[in-house]
Ligand binder design. Sequence first.
Ligand SMILES: C[S@@+](CC[C@H](N)C(=O)[O-])C[C@H]1O[C@@H](n2cnc3c(N)ncnc32)[C@H](O)[C@@H]1O
Length: 271
Amino acid sequence: MVEDAYVLGHSKQELRRLILQAENLRPITTRLLRDAGLEPGMRVVDLGCGVGDVALLAAEIVGPTGTVIAIDRNTTAIITARARASAAGHANIEFIEGNVGEFVASGTCDLAIGRYVLVHQSDPVALIRAAATHVRPGGTVAFHEVFLVGTWWSYPLIGLWQQTSELINRAFGSVVTHPDAGTRMIEHFQNAGLPQPTLFSETPVGGGPDSPLYRWAAETLRTLLPRAEEVGLVRAGEIDIDSLEDRLRQGVTAVHGQIGFAHQHCGWAKI
Ligand SMILES: C[S@@+](CC[C@H](N)C(=O)[O-])C[C@H]1O[C@@H](n2cnc3c(N)ncnc32)[C@H](O)[C@@H]1O
């Protein structure tokens, strides 16, 4: 059985953060979907769809002659995703509430994709195996994951950016079971009995006053702050979270700096 360990919950704030995050990840996931061979008319399954951003992206690519199935075990996420798909005019996405590991899959999809799900599994290999049961012979299994270890980078070194990234990753490290799943796809695919995946990595990079990275970082830490306090990484009230986005912007622009966000790791294999 694949266990859901989505520890960040599904509050309104977290659902908004997932949408903000998805806007930033869109070009990278689009590259993965294209590299993995997604084309108009295909049938796709999105595993752990959250509020539906990968499903919406896939629906744009497969078009009206294709189909997308999107699965998440959280009711609020599924209701939100369904409403967003309907507002966007996508009638070809079917949203299903359930645990991916308990789903009886038909093995008829051309592509199974999961984004930011392996890091949350107690057993990432089981989720990859479950993904493969959705896919026809010759179809593709693909994952887009984030590396949640260590710090991100900045040049010149910007203390607040470094501290923020370290705190985010330490807080994630205290709740997610596999913060390194994105860098272990070869091992995990192999243990799931799948061929070695084709891999690429991208890092969102920015700077200047208009970069979306300050907000993404600040909102991510906002979600994690209760946990960071609970496990003693910071004291209650120590971080002024409401001003963090602006403080990051000021810190980076004051030195004409350039910053990198968490590394994104993508992998796909034909089965
Ligand atoms: C970080 S969110 C990512 C959402 C979406 N893939 C995206 O990139 O925007 C992880 C989602 O996966 C869901 N999830 C995790 N494990 C699951 C499982 N085993 N079965 C169904 N849903 C799962 C959680 O409920 C959560 O909504």
